[in-house]
Ligand binder design. Structure first.
Ligand SMILES: [Zn+2]
Length: 306
């Protein structure tokens, strides 16, 4: 079967299979993870078709796959808040009260609702119908349906665009980021956060590696893959940063028990010697970009004269 690399567009019937299955395979969708022989990008093949993707997001399938049948909304929002406030702290120095901000894949709108007071305009794009409805009806946010090209956002009108844990869900990431670039001002900033396939524990734990592959994640980014995609989309990369979301306790759980801490993952260590050790642990992973997460900060390479 011939596959097309979603990063460099090389076509081949001989891309090696590096993992045979995803953790949430179904009768309808059983992809394998291939590695592109030309650019080394890792991706699922075959890709989920567009109708199946929409059904996947409308049914909140990723959340239910991750949390199980006893999904608890209050527990979910409390855990999500750690990431939301980390992103608010990270984004704030890049924002000004006269900025227009776009978040693609804004989910329930938790980040947008925290950040909207720091900018002039905050717009979200969200494919999942329940998430979009919550963001609009409960949080009173300006959230629109994809694709971005028909969302009514004028070209070159956005100062800062962000996408947190979204790019790995996109089957063709370069055209996706190019569409974002079209609505960015010539000096506009792009901030993208993705899971890191160069995560140290993908190497150290076979069970963690197997858990890593899931049907919603179509592309598996390393620092090199992410830089390649962002640059191919017309951006200049300013920095590519490692971020460790999960604490040392989560890694120990994987290495000793071979399974995730689904209910209460270790995130923040609050006190004592354990906090010092955790900070050191995070710093080691982040400085070598072997952390669980990557953030790319990039500038629109198109100038006002283009
Ligand atoms: Zn490739």
């Amino acid at each position: 079967m011939s596959a097309t690399c979603p990063v460099c567009e090389t076509q081949s019937g001989d891309f090696p299979v590096i993992h045979a299955a995803v953790r949430d395979a179904s009768d309808a969708y059983e992809p394998s993870a291939l590695q592109c022989s030309a650019c080394s990008a890792v991706f699922l093949w075959p890709h989920m078709d567009a109708a199946a993707q929409q059904a996947f997001y409308d049914s909140n399938a990723q959340l239910l796959n991750t949390h199980g049948d006893d999904f608890d909304w209050n527990d979910y929002t409390r855990r999500t808040r750690t990431d939301v406030m980390r992103r608010v702290a990270f984004m704030t120095p890049h924002l000004s009260t006269d900025h227009r901000l776009l978040e693609t894949g804004c989910g329930y709108g938790f980040f947008l609702s925290e950040i909207c007071g720091k900018v002039d305009t905050a717009i979200g794009i969200e494919p999942g119908s329940a998430r979009q409805a919550f963001a609009k009806d409960e949080l009173r946010l300006d959230v629109r349906s994809p694709p971005l090209s028909t969302a009514g956002i004028p070209p070159a009108s956005i100062n800062v665009a962000c996408a947190f844990q979204v790019l790995e869900h996109i089957d063709r990431p370069v055209p996706f980021l190019s569409e974002i670039r079209d609505v960015l001002r010539p000096d506009g900033l792009l901030i993208v956060e993705v899971p890191n396939f160069a995560d140290l524990y993908v190497r150290l734990s076979a069970s963690y590696r197997a858990f890593h592959f899931q049907s919603a994640h179509l592309v598996y980014f390393t620092p090199a893959t992410l830089q390649r995609v962002v640059e191919a989309s017309g951006f200049t990369v300013e920095s590519l940063i490692g971020v460790q979301r999960y604490a040392f306790g989560n890694a120990l759980h994987w290495l000793t028990k071979g399974r995730p801490q689904l209910k209460r993952p270790s995130r923040n260590v609050e006190s004592g010697l354990a906090r010092v050790a955790d900070r050191l642990y995070r710093r080691c992973l982040e400085s070598t970009r072997r952390s669980d997460t990557l953030i790319c900060i990039a500038r629109n390479a198109r100038t006002a004269a283009d």
